[in-house]
Ligand binder design. Structure first.
Ligand code: NAI
Length: 340
């Protein structure tokens, strides 16, 4: 088991940190919700990501303008714009990676679950289109509440006859990015060398940074550790408050979404040791979905690295998040069951 643990840690330390993917421009990437606060800057980053042959942008509004603007950038990716349901097939056909930031963001005082009513049907509609036009693509879901939208996507896939959901991911990368930043700041470390795995889900107390597994190893007094954990869990709300009604995290999320998509491209191109945390279906957790570090390969999840050794404090956090996480997952599954 010691060797296994060493291997796990080795994989973790290889967590993709840059957007350096295969030098070949081979892949079609689609952004659904491309005109939004996240969609636009993320599409800008993806236009510069090596490996992208075509960047297909979809939204219900403003896509022609965003596509025209990005298409003037002198990088290899060809940009296409698609507007409205009648054009989504063209957008998704032949797609290798789909990133979905479509849906409304939070305003001050809202929880991610408050977005359910609007975003559940948006994600269901887009998942149905993905199941029809690109069932084998990596599907990277940003739209909140991620703890419910990922189960919605998986259930819609199954309903549409696509049983393999090993390429459906809830993008929790921003939680890792934030943890790396806050830990590096607290310890005066070079942030490019810091990796904190974050497990659980993507909302409040379900966001569980495993600071005991940080690379390089760091230690905090318990009170400091609790304050840092709470800041990571509330970091999205910190941005929502600072934006004072103008939305939630868009720029840092664009960075995180582009990083996850670049890792998906790395995995597709056969690169070894691509590890990202993401919220995915798993039989390793009693609630059926959980975020853990995953080794990604051409077929999606190659192996689930699981939780590894938790500190007693982290163990209590994992236990405490279960009721909320189970509730959010069930809410998503129930919605999908009744969706036509
Ligand atoms: P936004 O309102 O600026 O953009 C959303 C875009 O989705 C708009 O362009 C809108 O036209 C489009 N849209 C709406 N319905 C659509 C449909 N049926 N098909 C295609 N596009 C559609 O919102 P923003 O700030 O970009 O946030 C998007 C989502 O990302 C929100 O749900 C937000 O909560 C979530 N988010 C997730 C994070 C994460 O860590 N996973 C972090 C930050 C935000």
């Amino acid at each position: 088991t010691r060797v296994m643990q060493m291997n796990k840690m080795k994989s973790l330390s290889m967590l993709a940190r840059s957007f350096s993917v295969s030098s070949q421009s081979n892949y079609k990437v689609s952004v659904l919700g491309a005109s939004g606060g996240i969609g636009q800057p993320m599409s800008l980053l993806l236009k510069q990501t090596p490996g992208v042959k075509e960047l297909a942008l979809y939204d219900i509004a403003h896509t022609p303008g965003v596509a025209a603007d990005l298409s003037h950038i002198d990088t290899a990716a060809k940009v296409t714009g698609h507007t409205g349901p009648e054009e989504i097939g063209e957008c998704l056909k032949g797609c290798d990676v789909v990133v979905i930031p479509a849906g409304v963001p939070r305003k001050p005082g809202m929880t991610r679950d408050d977005l359910f009513t609007t975003n559940a049907s948006i994600v269901a509609e887009l998942s149905k289109a993905c199941a029809k036009y690109c069932p084998k693509a990596f599907i990277c879901i940003i739209s909140n509440p991620v703890n419910s939208t990922v189960p919605i996507c998986c259930e819609i896939f199954k309903k549409s006859g696509v049983s393999d959901v090993s390429k459906v991911f809830g993008v929790s990368t921003l939680d890792i990015v934030r943890s790396n930043t806050f830990v590096a700041e607290a310890k005066g470390l070079d942030v490019s060398t810091v990796n904190v795995p974050v497990v659980g889900g993507h909302a409040g107390i379900t966001i569980i940074p495993l600071i005991s597994q940080c690379q390089p190893p760091v230690s905090f007094e318990q009170a400091e550790l609790e304050a840092l954990t709470a800041r990571i869990q509330d970091a999205g709300t910190e941005v929502v408050k600072a934006k004072a009604g103008a939305g939630s995290a868009t720029l840092s999320m664009a960075y995180a979404g582009a990083r996850f998509a670049a890792s998906a491209l790395d995995a597709l191109s056969g690169k070894e040791g691509v590890v990202e945390c993401a919220f995915v279906p798993t039989d390793k957790s009693e609630c059926g979905y959980f975020s853990t570090p995953l080794v990604l390969g051409p077929n999606g999840i190659e192996s689930n690295l699981g939780l590894n050794k938790l500190s007693p404090y982290e163990q209590t956090l994992v236990e405490a998040c279960m009721p909320e996480l189970k509730g959010s997952i069930k809410k998503g599954e129930d919605f999908a069951r009744n969706y036509n």
